[in-house]
Design a protein around this ligand. Structure first.
Ligand code: ADP
Length: 467
């Protein structure tokens, strides 16, 4: 049985118990009512009436006036005046014996008697005229109107009944509130959880609770939006990886077909002159190098993924290291008829993996070449950032090439991410270079950033902390 049903049944049971208790209380009050008759008041009335009877019987007043008198006292239920021989001298109301009838004398044992039974007051007293008992007066009184003290009791009774009613109302209200504040949101959360389990993450939870349930809903909503984000990210990555696979296949296949064509040309004797054969070989070498770079990138990325890239750290002088590294790469830049300007590197002791740092610099210069037009310029600068703690050596590689759109910029360090221009203009690449470069720089304790304006150029920047 569900919790809602249980609580509902519990509340209903409590309500039933309350009603039973109220019933028992009402019966109890009703029963006790009779004993609370104001007997003194009854007595006073009865004594006055008794005097009237005495006066009528002694001839002080007319007998007819007694009947009138009796009729005027509605609380008198039965009235009988019985002679000493048992003859009913006067009878009125619901009296069982009428005037002139014979009253069983044995029922008159003991003359004076007063009692209250079931709310009815009965009275029996002798009528004494001139010192002699002449008749016996028998009467019963309906005591309803002599229950003046019951007013207080009624108030008490009403107050208790009102209390019962208030408790019953509170019970019902509590049941309603429990349903509204607890069970409905729980059911709502349950439904939302089921949706998440079924893989629907994009339905936000709408709630207006501000209590504990509200903060539970808030946490739930936070969890849902995080799941939604990570799900979207997973979907995005899955699409990217598929795209990459298609790209890599294309990038691997295209040069291969070219290489095959050139080798066949040489093999079939179509190309005979020494110069042509050399030209073909140069193209083949370039294409093979591209293939090699692509395969290297994929292998390196696998290593970063598995955190298996090894670093052989050495402490070197920055000026010597960067001067020779840039020198090595300058050939490639010049080959593309681009100009490379380098501001003098400052001299600091830096702890780096030479090979990996070369790889980073090569990637940045290579990208600047790849994404620039012929005769573009590449400018390398370096400076000490004294604000950082520890101080760091900052290197920037600036080009005036194609630039990166604002849409692509936040993602260029993501693995497999290739900018729109790289994809559409068939520029070879894997979208892994910057991801690997950033990984290497971060492993050195530094950081890497990019600033770019589409159509104006790009500035790539990385830092190396000085220890
Ligand atoms: P890729 O193999 O595609 O060059 P990278 O990780 O090196 O992969 O670069 C990611 C993307 O960043 C590139 O596809 C390109 O869109 C953009 N990019 C990187 N460097 C530059 C640059 N100097 N100028 C313009 N775009 C760049």
């Amino acid at each position: 049985m569900g919790a809602v049903k249980k609580i509902k049944q519990y509340c209903l049971a409590l309500l039933a118990l309350l009603l039973i208790a109220a019933g028992i209380f009402a019966v109890y009050i009703k029963k006790n009512e009779t004993s609370k008759i104001d007997v003194a008041k009854v007595r006073l009335q009865v004594n006055q009436y008794q005097q009237q009877v005495r006066k009528a019987l002694s001839g002080e007043t007319a007998k007819e006036s007694l009947l009138k008198e009796t009729k005027e006292l509605p609380f008198l239920k039965e009235v009988m005046v019985i002679g000493l021989d048992g003859t009913v001298v006067f009878s009125d109301g619901e009296a069982p014996y009428k005037q002139g009838e014979q009253y069983p004398l044995d029922e008159l044992s003991g003359v004076e008697k007063e009692q209250v039974v079931n709310g009815v007051y009965s009275y029996r007293a002798p009528i004494v005229i001139e010192g002699k008992m002449t008749e016996v007066l028998l009467l019963t009184v309906e005591t309803k109107e002599f229950r003046s003290s019951n007013k207080e009791e009624k108030m008490y009774f009403l107050a208790v009944m009102l209390l019962f009613l208030v408790i019953a109302f509170l019970l019902l209200y509590e049941q309603y509130r429990l349903k509204k504040d607890l069970f409905e949101p729980v059911e709502y959360l349950h439904e939302a959880t089921r949706q998440i389990l079924n893989g629907t993450y994009d339905k936000p939870l709408h709630y207006s609770y501000s209590d504990e349930i509200g903060s539970l809903c808030k946490d739930f909503e936070y969890m849902r939006s995080e799941l939604e984000k990570s799900n979207r990210e997973q979907e995005r990555m899955a699409t990217k990886e598929k795209e990459l696979l298609a790209c890599i296949s294309h990038d691997l296949k295209t040069p291969l077909s070219g290489i095959l064509g050139y080798v066949e040309g040489i093999g079939n004797g179509i190309v005979t002159s020494k110069e042509d054969i050399k030209g073909y070989c140069d193209i083949i070498i370039r294409k093979v190098k591209l293939q090699e770079k692509l395969i290297d990138d994929i292998l390196e990325e696998t290593k970063t993924e598995l955190n298996q890239m090894t670093f052989e750290m050495e402490t070197v002088y920055s000026k010597e290291f960067f001067d020779s590294a840039v020198e090595e790469m300058s050939l490639e830049v010049r080959e593309k008829h681009m100009s490379l300007t380098v501001e003098p590197f400052p001299q600091y002791l830096i702890t780096i993996d030479r090979k990996r740092m070369m790889q980073v610099l090569y990637n940045l210069i290579n990208n600047a070449v790849k994404y620039s037009n012929e005769k573009g310029t590449i400018h390398i600068r370096s400076f000490l950032n004294e604000q950082a703690s520890p101080k760091e050596l900052v290197i920037t590689v600036e080009d005036n090439g194609k630039g990166i759109s604002a849409v692509d910029l936040p993602f260029i360090f993501d693995k497999f991410y290739r900018g729109e221009k790289a994809r559409t203009q068939d520029i070879p690449g894997s979208g892994l270079g910057l991801n690997i470069a950033k990984y290497i720089i971060e492993k050195h304790g530094g950081h890497m950033e990019c600033d770019s304006i589409l159509g104006e150029g790009t500035t790539m920047m990385f830092s190396i902390p000085l220890k």
